[in-house]
Design a protein around this ligand. Structure first.
Ligand code: UD1
Length: 344
């Protein structure tokens, strides 16, 4: 099939484009090389179209002969501050809207969307009394006092965290998260209106070779990796007990290939793309520091506004519907990531 990969020159997009080519597909890349993800001197990959997904004419040109769009182009991460908001919304949501309108005009009916676990906000929690609950955003006074675990919103008692599945409500808690949720909603509305098929892959915390260095737009693995490379200890926020699912970029690329190769189903379908093995940020920092023979991580007690405590994925639906099973265990993956090249 002919596939257009937007953002195909970025960290994840490069792996996705290569894996799709390896799967026998004819891949076209459209990428603007946005400064949040690329250094000014970054070169456009050979054969790629340097263009913005917000540019309707460029999108129309890129969609010539295309069967499936794999939409990776987005601004990711926490950003610097709320002044970033217009650019996040413009790139992620206006960009998606222009792309979807272009697909409707060109008669392209299949979309694989790079979504994110951030759409859930907090992960899944259970209260012994109230069952499954959604904790409120954590209060500044609790975080300042080192109380990092969100309490039950009804009775204030301690909660146990569990696996979040795709039926969990979408409750974004950051600007980036809000734009990813909006992308999903726009794609679902497009599928409804155009008899389209959307496979939204909710990536958990992606890491691997080609990850950008330490910037406000990078994930924690790149931040720790950059610190260790400079001989500094990783600075672990909160008490280091926050849990995530770190999924290797090669597994994310494989999930995209499976999504493209699976038969198109009408409507909107979301999947967690995760390793299926959660670890704490503290344990991840220790694994990376050990692999790089670097200084022990420092647990700082700092926290970031808008951060959530635990997001642990259920990987069951992606296994059932897409046949996706991650091949890289996070601790082993961090060992190889320790010596992998970064970008920029
Ligand atoms: C965040 C973004 C998400 C993005 C993802 C990967 C929000 C709220 N979160 O999710 O959009 O998809 O990054 O880019 O929008 N940490 C440290 N030390 C540091 C930096 C971070 O301990 O120097 C901790 C954080 O407090 C957090 C964890 O590491 O608990 C993970 O951080 P991060 O990689 O930014 O990922 P998420 O918060 O999961």
């Amino acid at each position: 099939m002919r596939i257009l990969v937007t953002g195909g020159a970025g960290f994840i997009g490069t792996h996705v484009a290569d894996t799709l080519r390896g799967g026998g597909h004819d891949v076209a890349v459209l990428d603007v090389l946005h400064p949040a993800a690329h250094v000014p001197a970054a070169a456009v990959p050979e054969g790629a179209l340097r263009a913005d997904v917000r540019d309707a004419a460029a999108v129309t040109a890129g969609l010539q002969g295309v069967d499936v769009v794999v939409h990776q182009a987005a601004m990711v991460g926490m950003g610097i501050d709320v002044a970033d908001m217009p650019e996040y919304v413009s790139c992620n949501d206006l960009g998606t809207a222009v792309l979807l309108a272009g697909m409707a005009r060109a008669g392209v009916r299949r979309l694989v969307l790079a979504s994110s676990m951030v759409v859930y906000g907090e992960g899944e929690y259970r209260c012994e009394v109230h069952g499954s609950v959604q904790p409120a955003p954590r209060r500044t006074e609790d975080l300042d006092a080192g109380r990092f675990e969100p309490p039950c919103p009804s009775c204030g008692t301690a909660l146990t965290s569990g696996e979040v599945d795709e039926d969990a409500p979408v409750r974004p808690r950051s600007v980036y998260a809000a734009t990813k949720a909006a992308q999903e909603h726009l794609a679902a509305a497009w599928a409804e209106a155009c008899d389209g098929s959307v496979t939204a892959l909710r990536y958990h915390n992606v890491y691997g070779p080609g990850m950008p260095r330490d910037t406000p737009y990078s994930g924690v693995a790149a931040i720790f990796r950059s610190a260790l490379a400079a001989g500094r200890p990783p600075r672990v926020f909160e008490d280091g007990g926050q849990r995530r699912d770190f999924v290797h970029v090669s597994d994310v690329a494989a999930a995209n290939l499976l999504a493209v190769d699976s038969s198109a189903r009408a409507g909107f379908h979301a999947y967690n793309i995760a390793s299926g093995v959660s670890i704490t940020v503290g344990a991840m920092a220790r694994a990376l520091a050990a692999a790089m023979d670097g200084p022990e991580p420092v647990v700082t007690g700092e926290y970031r506004a808008g951060d959530v405590r635990h997001v642990v994925a259920s990987a069951a639906r992606a296994r059932r519907d897409l046949g996706f099973v991650a091949g890289v265990d996070p601790v082993e993956g961090m060992r190889t990531f320790a010596t992998a090249p970064l970008r920029g």
